[in-house]
Design a protein around this ligand. Structure first.
Ligand code: ZN
Ligand code: FE
Length: 246
């Protein structure tokens, strides 16, 4: 997507379903959760871009796997990660906490802690002409992250934080899970026409080999059962249901 002053965010597909987001202007770039280094290095070199920062949402290898090699290539790069993850994201050189602000590509980027998937997962948010959220594995289009280290209550509260952002927020999640999430949602709500329509739209994009993300908060409020859950009991029911769904 394209926004203010020629800045752009592009997605690089890697592994089976990861998407590495690359946010750039005409001479610098910020990369979010580089699972691998090679495709990022190739892109940045081909476009003559300096790597200003790497944002890490959490410690899983499919999010930090490429970071060490990117540091070798750009030794001055800022590696921004949760101060609570110094052991599991050891190469971080700019440690942040909930509410911190970092200046990147001329914008104030805010750190929002969204725990549940891991015990110290963070997201990165900025509000320019378009509000943008890099959410890692906390939210997916029509789905949410598995609760590995936290509690259902923590994850539910993290989703509430997302819901409090402007409705026009564009959400960049780290996996392309949209289609299977929608099929699951239709299992639970077979008559839901909005979700049916969304599935048709998503299948068209996939047939054209296009990404189905980023997603828009406003639309997720309609198609994402986890975001629609208005109490912890309902959220917990959905999360457990999805965990055992095949
Ligand atoms: Zn993860
Ligand atoms: Fe992941």
């Amino acid at each position: 997507m394209e926004f203010n002053k020629g800045q752009k965010i592009i997605g690089i597909r890697v592994l089976s379903d990861n998407v590495i987001w690359l946010w750039k202007n005409s001479n610098s770039a910020v990369v979010i959760d580089p699972a691998l280094s090679q495709p990022v290095i190739e892109y940045l070199k081909a476009h003559n871009l300096n790597l200003e920062a790497i944002l890490q949402t959490h410690h899983h290898s499919d999010h930090i796997g490429g970071t060490r090699d990117l540091i070798k290539e750009w030794p001055n790069v800022k590696v921004i990660a949760s101060a609570k993850e110094k052991d599991r994201i050891p190469f971080q050189n700019l440690s942040v906490r909930d509410g911190d602000k970092v200046r990147l590509l001329d914008k104030d980027v805010q750190v929002i802690e969204v725990i549940g998937h891991t015990k110290s997962h963070i997201a990165f948010y900025f509000n320019d002409n378009v509000p943008v959220l890099f959410i890692g594995d906390t939210l997916f289009s029509a789905g949410c992250g598995r609760v590995f280290e936290g509690t259902y209550k923590q994850m539910y509260n993290s989703l509430k934080k997302i819901k409090s952002l402007p409705k026009k927020t564009v959400i960049y999640c780290a996996h392309e899970y949209t289609k299977s999430n929608l099929i699951w949602a239709l299992d639970l709500e077979p008559e839901n026409q909005i979700i049916k329509n969304k599935l048709v739209e998503v299948e068209k994009k996939i047939a054209l080999n296009k990404l189905t993300i980023p997603c828009l908060l406003e639309e997720e409020m309609q198609i994402n059962l986890f975001l629609r859950a208005d109490n912890l009991k309902r959220f917990s029911y959905l999360r457990a249901n999805k965990d055992s769904w095949v």
